[in-house]
Design a protein around this ligand. Structure first.
Ligand code: PMP
Length: 423
């Protein structure tokens, strides 16, 4: 099925409430369709109660909805069993859980391999382990903004305990072959972790094919409410892991001198859970599945190809990402500046690159005058900014409800911005 943005837009109340809004900041968070909003509000209106605890009817109904959502998520990403799905707040919490629990088993001198294109949430939790003498290494990106797979392979060695890498970069849009990376990790006896925050919402992601050990993603980037996220982990790995947060719900038996843990996944779900978030996520998955993840990927590919066709209409535009739509998700970072696109990875170009002709915040503020919402800043990827020789970029990230006409409008306004604010 072809994605029909005009039709889909009608499902999202934000657009009827803001008729002129051109929302192009979907990599930050997505809008919510009525089906998700109603699922959450119906939950509150009909069965709201705490799960796993009550023996009364509405608590049993709420528990069924919560666990039903887990089953839906597990099928959506090709997990073997719902017990491989842990509900958490978001990708950030999932990676913190992994760094805490897996980090307990590491010893001084062990290595963790990341890439140069990671979001802070796939950097900082690992940086915490430096205090224990763990060494963090980075696989390089190439001049075409794709990952250097040879460098990744070369940096995997006998000390590499964990490798954690994004499937799609939230800045460059680069899509990494995570199946290949996970296979390199497996051959090396290294645990593989995929940051799926920018891929699970945008294309088919199947953990049985990727064969990674863990995958993390956030509901709010895939039409669901904020505050619900997912950690997938292979059951045998989750079974042997220490819990992250302690408290109610995650225990087996507790005495004054001892405690045992619940089975997975509940061992990792301490305290009262975001049941309404899980219910919303289930409705979001239904909505995405009805469109089809393959169709969503083709739509975003057509959006990025359209961008490639028209981007040269804006003078001095520099874009940061692969110019091959096979290797590129629907994320487009750019600046209006005076350094040629392919010079930017050269150290020599850095001193020129940091002075933008028009600062990305000014670009975003200019576009906002026409109700076009785009992101500007470092995108929680400050090391990557330095790597590509800028302090910040502007970014557009279309989704299912955006169409080529909106992109054209964006480029028209960007041209005006270049003319009015350019030096
Ligand atoms: N990883 C990537 C690649 C992201 O783009 C983001 C969000 N921008 C995150 C992780 C963190 O997601 P969250 O804030 O939902 O935890």
């Amino acid at each position: 099925m072809r994605v029909n943005p005009e039709k889909l837009k009608k499902d999202f109340p934000i657009f009827s409430n803001n008729p002129d809004l051109v929302y192009l900041d979907n990599a930050a968070t997505t809008q919510k369709p009525s089906s998700v909003i109603h699922a959450v509000s119906d939950y509150y209106s009909t069965v709201n109660s705490n799960v796993h605890r009550g023996v009364y009817k509405i608590s049993e109904a709420a528990t069924e909805m919560y666990e039903g959502s887990r089953k839906k998520v597990s099928e959506f990403i090709g997990a073997r069993d719902p017990s491989e799905i842990v509900f958490l707040r978001n990708t950030t919490e999932a990676i913190n859980l992994l760094s805490y629990t897996l980090g307990r088993r590491l010893k001084k001198g062990d290595e963790i391999l990341l890439t140069e294109m990671e979001h802070h949430s796939n950097l900082i939790p690992w940086y915490f382990l430096r205090d224990a003498g763990i060494v963090i290494r980075f696989a390089r990106i190439k001049d075409d903004f794709t990952l250097d797979y040879d460098d990744f392979q070369n940096k995997l060695n006998a000390k590499t305990a964990i490798a954690s890498f994004t499937e799609t970069s939230n800045v460059l849009g680069s899509i990494n072959d995570v199946r290949n990376l996970s296979s390199m990790c497996r051959d090396n006896g290294t645990i593989s972790i995929v940051d799926g925050a920018q891929s699970v919402p945008h294309m088919p992601v199947d953990v049985s094919k990727i064969a990674c050990d863990y995958l993390a993603f956030s509901g709010h980037k895939m039409l669901a409410p904020a505050g619900i996220g997912v950690l997938y982990g292979r059951k045998e790995l989750l079974d042997e892991m220490h819990p992250f947060l302690g408290g109610g719900e995650m225990i087996g038996e507790v005495g004054y001198n001892n405690a045992t843990w619940a089975d997975v996944p509940w061992k990792f779900e301490a305290g009262t859970q975001n049941v309404e978030g899980a219910v919303g996520l289930s409705a979001a998955i239904d909505y995405l599945k009805a469109i089809g993840m393959d169709s969503i990927r083709s739509h975003e590919r057509s959006m990025i190809e359209h961008i490639f066709e028209v981007m040269n209409s804006v003078e001095d535009l520099r874009q940061f990402g692969p110019l091959d739509s096979d290797k590129r998700g629907g994320v487009f970072s750019f600046n209006i500046g005076d350094v040629k696109p392919f010079d930017i990875l050269n150290q020599a170009a850095t001193k020129f690159a940091i002075s933008h002709s028009i600062h990305p915040h000014d670009v975003a503020a200019f576009l906002d005058r026409s109700n076009i919402a785009v992101r500007s800043g470092h995108h929680c990827a400050m090391p990557l900014m330095g790597r590509i020789g800028v302090s910040s970029t502007a970014r557009v990230s279309p989704y299912i409800y955006n169409d080529a006409a909106e992109l054209d409008l964006f480029f028209d306004e960007l041209s005006k911005c270049r003319k009015e604010l350019g030096r």
